[in-house]
Design a protein around this ligand. Structure first.
Ligand SMILES: [Zn+2]
Length: 215
């Protein structure tokens, strides 16, 4: 099972990644983890990537794809893998596709979690944290006993900058703009499975599994 999972922030992608990894016993490969790992192990590609990162530049596709290639050679990828957060662009998708075709191991499916923007604003915009002890709450899904106050230490709850509605809307807009061409690309080559990402976790996992098992 070779799958890529795509979803906006707040779509539950992390949870579904873990479910897929466990269900199919495949490694979960995120480009961010791969990069951090290569840098910390000081591999050749890692050292090159570090130069870009330490000067605040984007790590070029070539390096990330090189790390992917090395990762796919690991024995745990024999039964497949789950890609998370990669590819992000059509250019990356094309190179990845060529790389996997050369191994006669193309992607089986690209799963896109679909969650309406307003739903994500509710999910992410409702997060609160205690200004004193850091305990997390959600105004709808996990509210404190007394509104605006921490259960543990009674301090005021605060909204982190990342959880402000404006910031969330901006992030979603950027995400949608960047991701739309990628979704089109995979839709056109018949690999895209768009999954309704709203509802109970188990139901969403079931929808993903159903889509993958008809592949
Ligand atoms: Zn507290």
């Amino acid at each position: 099972m070779r799958v890529a999972l795509i979803g906006p922030p707040g779509s539950g992608k992390g949870t579904q990644s873990a479910n897929l990894r466990d269900r199919y016993a495949i490694p979960h490969i995120s480009s961010g983890d791969l990069l951090r790992d290569a840098v910390s192990r000081e591999t050749e590609l890692g050292m090159q990537a570090k130069e870009f990162m330490s000067s605040g530049r984007l790590v070029p596709d070539k390096l990330v794809l090189g790390m992917m290639k090395e990762r796919f050679e690991q024995p745990d990828c024999a039964a497949g893998f789950l890609l998370d957060g990669f590819p992000r662009t059509v250019a990356q998708a094309e190179v990845l596709g060529a790389m996997l075709d050369a191994k006669h191991a193309p992607l089986d499916s690209v799963v896109a979690l679909v969650v309406a923007r307003e739903e994500i604003v509710v999910r992410l915009g409702g997060r609160r944290s205690c200004g004193k002890c850091g305990k997390l709450y959600h105004v709808t899904f996990d509210p404190p006993a007394v509104a605006g106050k921490c259960d543990a230490c009674n301090a005021d709850l605060v909204i982190r900058d990342d959880d402000r509605e404006e910031t969330i809307r901006q992030r979603l807009e950027v995400y949608e703009e960047q991701t739309a061409p990628l979704l089109d690309y995979y839709r056109n080559i018949g690999l895209l499975a768009e999954i309704d990402g709203v509802g109970v976790q188990a139901d969403i996992s079931g929808r993903i599994a159903a889509a993958l098992e008809v592949v």
